[in-house]
Unconditional design. Structure first.
Length: 243
């Protein structure tokens, strides 16, 4: 395969990965606490593309790795006392089915057993590793530091976890993260009751980037087709001369 076709194919593969990422971002524009994904492009040397001693090895474009934008989303009021949002760094800590999970989606509810749980039913954790025990009567009151009270009695303080290296976080689903690193208490973060944090995806920006990447993909397709045509014509010309 010639260098032109190899470079075009590599570029198309990278753009396909970008298209998948952008499509997923757009699908989660209304997902509470969703953090948009972006990509790092890089170049690598391909030994398979070596045309010989007199030709340089071309560099091929690849998506080296995705990264997550953890910037703050907009807080919108809901009027629901069990809806909570974080202003600042950090995540709510919850007990997932296979260990600790962390989320910015504070769309919580009170379970029949009296626990504060996520939409999926994962218990929200308090400082020290416990869970809240909420009575059947009386409104909840959540202070900015995460202390939860009911009928004037303190039930516990929500664990707001942070990480020195957010890059260690791995997405699980659309709203959760897991990390092999141990969390630490978030500093300067406030809990807003009756509010939810929206997705930080910019629909307009994502749509513009989606169109741009699709156009790049189309141009690379044409380049690959041109490389194939040139190869075919070269073979035909050699066959004609040889005959």
């Amino acid at each position: 395969m010639d260098n032109l076709t190899i470079a075009a194919a590599s570029g198309m593969r990278a753009r396909m990965e970008s298209l998948d990422m952008l499509a997923n971002n757009l699908a989660n524009t209304e997902t509470g606490g969703y953090k948009t994904d972006r990509e790092f492009y890089n170049l690598y040397l391909s030994a398979e593309a070596d045309g010989g001693e007199n030709e340089p090895v071309p560099t091929l474009p690849v998506v080296e790795r995705p990264w997550t934008d953890f910037s703050q989303g907009t807080l919108r009021p809901t009027g629901n006392a069990s809806d909570l949002a974080l202003s600042g760094r950090g995540f709510f800590a919850v007990d997932g089915p296979a260990g600790s999970l962390f989320t910015r989606n504070g769309s919580f509810r009170v379970s029949p057993s009296g626990s504060l749980v996520t939409e999926e039913g994962y218990p929200v954790r308090t400082v020290g590793g416990g869970n809240l025990k909420i009575g059947p009567a009386g409104p909840l009151d959540v202070s900015p530091d995460g202390t939860v009270s009911q009928n004037g009695q303190t039930l516990g303080r929500l664990e707001i976890a942070d990480f020195s290296d957010p890059g260690s976080l791995v997405k699980q689903g659309s709203s959760y993260f897991r990390s092999p690193a141990a969390p630490q208490p978030a500093k300067g973060t406030e809990v807003a009751q009756g509010r939810l944090e929206g997705s930080n995806v910019s629909a307009a920006e994502s749509a513009v980037r989606l169109v741009a990447v699709m156009r790049q993909f189309e141009m690379l397709q044409k380049a690959a087709a041109l490389g194939t045509q040139m190869n075919r014509e070269s073979v035909e010309e050699v066959a004609r001369v040889a005959s």
